[in-house]
Design a protein around this ligand. Structure first.
Ligand code: ZN
Length: 298
């Protein structure tokens, strides 16, 4: 869920009850990531959106398969009947006329004693429904109309994927799928970078040390290789920068723990670099594409 900048936009909005915006945003994230049934999801989502915007009521409306008008899916009120029937009716009329616009809009109701925000929810380019906030108080925007609109827009961006996932289950457009895959790719890149950094940090803490026993050195390098292999990674040879496998060798006549070498193929030839007697400081890099077998290459 993309909540970047949301806290800064929402924090200054006036509210009847004090809330911690950051913890409500965490809650929002948990709700969107959960696999709760639709009803439970909707109730919790709207309760959180009501608090975040400081509204009296938050609701989600969905376009039925046979077309307009939108149907109310779920609604959360701070206190029961806080807005009153006439405000609710006026707010619905505005929702029905505004929901297919490209972005959120706000309007005063009932001789300025209340207001409504309608924020269309899309799947790809198609509007599938709308979020609605009702503010049952005079001068609802208090000179902050722009801030409310930015808040509503950012909230829609944050919760749209979760709403699409639950309420648009029948068909999926390539636009929606591509958007979701793009988000996934970004998340995975971030995680991969985090994995590489975590491994490097841990290995760095052992750099410069040596094992007394050759067998222990060998167990160490084999364990490192297994760990890196499971994440599609290699160590980067400090001498030439090629992806390599860290091995331990006794060949240099070294006593004790043996010497650490970087085993890699350069221009198709197996090459060893390094040879230090202590655990080298390594950087981690992506495993190269499988090289063709020597039989096929020759
Ligand atoms: Zn090298």
């Amino acid at each position: 869920m993309n909540t970047s900048g949301l806290a800064e936009v929402l924090r200054p909005l006036p509210r009847q009850h004090r809330i911690r915006v950051a913890s409500q945003l965490h809650r929002l994230q948990r709700i969107c990531d959960s696999d709760q049934p639709r009803e439970q999801f909707s109730y919790q989502l709207l309760a959180t959106l009501q608090r975040l915007m400081g509204a009296s009521t938050a609701a989600f409306w969905l376009c039925p398969p046979h077309g307009e008008p939108l149907e109310l899916q779920a609604r959360y009120e701070d206190e029961p009947d806080v807005s009153g029937a006439s405000v609710d009716m006026a707010a619905e009329a505005i929702l029905q006329s505004r929901w297919s616009q490209s972005g959120p809009s706000l309007e005063l109701l009932d001789s300025h004693a209340a207001g409504v925000i309608v924020a269309p929810v899309h799947s790809g380019k198609e509007a599938i429904g709308a979020l609605q906030w009702i503010f049952a108080r005079p001068d609802p925007w208090q000179g902050m109309a722009d801030q409310y609109l930015v808040g509503a827009r950012r909230i829609v961006i944050a919760v749209e994927p979760a709403l699409q996932h639950r309420f648009n289950s029948g068909a999926i457009t390539w636009d929606a799928a591509a958007g979701q895959l793009e988000q996934l790719t970004t998340q995975l890149h971030h995680l991969q970078r985090l994995i590489r950094q975590t491994i490097e940090k841990s290995l760095r803490s052992m750099a410069g040390k040596s094992f007394a026993d050759f067998k222990e050195s060998q167990r160490f390098v084999k364990s490192i290789h297994a760990l890196l292999e499971s994440h599609g990674l290699r160590v980067r040879c400090p001498e030439c920068g090629h992806p390599a496998i860290l091995r331990c060798s006794r060949s240099s006549g070294s006593a004790g723990g043996g010497s650490f070498v970087f085993d890699h193929y350069i221009d198709g030839r197996r090459t060893f670099h390094g040879g230090g007697l202590t655990v080298p400081k390594v950087r981690v890099t992506t495993k190269p594409a499988r090289r063709s077998s020597p039989a096929a290459a020759s």
